[in-house]
Each structure stands twice: as C-alpha cells, then as structure tokens.
Write a protein that binds this ligand. Structure first.
Ligand code: IPD
Ligand code: CA
Ligand code: CA
Length: 272
C-alpha cells in the first residue's frame, strides 16, 4: 500500500502509548461519562496527540475519535481512533489497555494498529499485506473445535444492564476451555490474530473499538462476521471474529442462544 499510512499509524500509536504508560504509572483519577462509563485525562491527552498528528500528516482525511476530537472532511479516507481502549482497567491500575487507530478508504479498512505499551506489543496490519506483531508475521490459531478453544468476550460500558451477553457467556464457557473478559476489545481482537485465543465476540462495539482488530484478524487468516453470520458492519449490533476454523460451529451455538435454546441450563440459586 502506498503513502506510508501504516508506518505513520505505527509511529503515532507508539507515541500515544508512551504517553499512556507514563500516566498509568502516576495513577491518575477518573470521571464518569455515564453511570459506569469512565473517562480519564489520559483518554483526552492521547486523543489530542493522535488527532494532531493525523491532521498534520493527512489534512484531507476525516477522523472519527471516541472522545469527540475528530472532524469530517468529506474525503475518501477516514481514521477511527480509540485513544485509550480499556479505560476501566487503566483507571483501576489493571495493566490491560491499548491505543488503536485504523484507516478506511471508501468504506474499506486498509490499515490498522493496536499498541499495548505495558508489554511493548505493536500489532499492525494492512489490507492484503498480512498481520504483524512487533514486525513478525502472526497467524490465527489452528483450533478446529469449540471444545479445544479459548474465547474472549466483553460487555458494553454503556447500558451494561441491558446486555444479553451473559447467556452467550454461559453457553460458550460450558462448550470450550473457557472465556476471558479482558476489558480491552481491540486487544482481544489482536490476541485472536496472534493465535493467543481462538475467537472473540461482543455486543454493541463502536467502530473505533473494532476497526483495527478486525483487519488484524482477517489479515492473520481469521474471519469476522456479526454473531448471526452476516457481513460485519462498523456499527453493527454485534461482532464475532475467530480463527475461521471454529466460526461455523460458534455461529451454530449462537443461533441456539438467540432462539432461547440452552444446551446447558443456567443454575438457579436456591438460598438455604
Ligand atoms: C471498552 C473496552 C471493553 C469493551 C467495551 C468498550 P473503552 O472500550 O474495549 O473491553 O467491553 O465495549 O467500550 O471504553 O475502554 O475505550
Ligand atoms: Ca474502546
Ligand atoms: Ca476509549
């Protein structure tokens, strides 16, 4: 791909990641933007840095950034920016967060980066060019059955009480080696791309949470759709991204849960 978009995104993510790591050490406080939706000075400072750099390098590109610092130019290129993905973890001193940005051209994702500064891991991909972890080619796992798989999920910060995901969580947990909930969706997708987990699903993601991660998974040999097997949309209601090998089986299990058929009933609590 021409124009060095990915290289520039990598440089910007590294700079923003260093800023986040520095603030993380200082254990700064947080504010609430909803009942349980946290935001910190780090989200804002990281977004300011990323947006400034993107505007300098690519003045004609639109920017969609979570904390609202973006702008629309009407051009063919659009960046999605999550300046700090995993804010709740960050605010609690739990070292699982990242900064992520992705570039779309005429509606197609062409480059994506997820940088996790605590381990110093840079996940990067461009359309047709493969996916890389610290410059080394990465591939999805080879697990072929849910019974041999580890999956990851998340729960939306916003309106968490309305999420039906606990039903999916239960059934997948019963059918696999387990389910992880890291609190950092872009990193979850990067881990699927790196073969550290076999699949990830979540309801209610925003485009900046998933844009870079889905490209990483696809370029690492995986597949992403919505949770009913339809093409994924950047504003779709839900996402499933897997190593491809377990995709159909996972969709089958989800189909059952969507129609209220539970393979393993949830235990009810009988207070003694
Ligand atoms: C959140 C994280 C979390 C996911 C939420 C996201 P934020 O992003 O990615 O893992 O479950 O849906 O909103 O708010 O920390 O950028
Ligand atoms: Ca996010
Ligand atoms: Ca965020």
């Amino acid at each position: 791909m021409a124009a060095g978009y990915l290289e520039t995104a990598v440089d910007i993510a590294r700079e923003a990641g260093a800023l986040l790591a520095n603030l993380f050490e200082r254990r700064i406080g947080y504010e609430l933007k909803g009942d349980f939706d946290l935001v910190t000075e780090a989200d804002k400072a990281s977004e300011k840095l990323i947006v400034e750099r993107l505007r300098t390098h690519f003045p004609s590109h639109s920017i969609v950034a979570e904390e609202g610092g973006g702008h629309e130019t009407g051009g063919e290129f659009r960046w999605y920016v999550d300046p700090l993905d995993g804010t709740t973890n960050f605010a609690h001193g739990y070292p699982m967060f990242n900064t992520t940005l992705a570039l779309e051209r005429n509606g197609e994702l062409i480059a994506g980066v997820v940088f996790e500064p605590v381990r110093g891991e840079m996940f990067a991909a461009e359309l047709g060019g493969g996916a890389y972890l610290n410059n080394k080619r990465m591939h999805v796992s080879k697990a072929a059955r849910l019974a041999d798989s580890l999956l990851i999920t998340g729960f939306p910060s916003f309106k968490r009480h309305k999420s039906v995901n606990v039903h999916f969580f239960h059934q997948v947990a019963m059918a696999t080696h387990g389910v992880r909930r890291s609190g950092s969706a872009a990193l979850d997708l990067a881990y699927v791309a790196a073969g550290r987990a076999d699949g990830f699903w979540e309801f209610g993601l925003n485009p900046w949470d998933m844009a870079a991660g889905v490209l990483l998974v696809e370029e690492a040999g995986g597949r992403s759709t919505d949770m009913k097997g339809e093409p994924r949309g950047m504003r779709g209601p839900h996402l499933l991204a897997t190593n491809n090998a377990i995709h159909a089986e996972t969709l089958g299990l989800f189909g059952e849960v969507f129609t209220g058929q539970y393979r393993v009933p949830m235990q009810t609590i009988n207070p003694a």
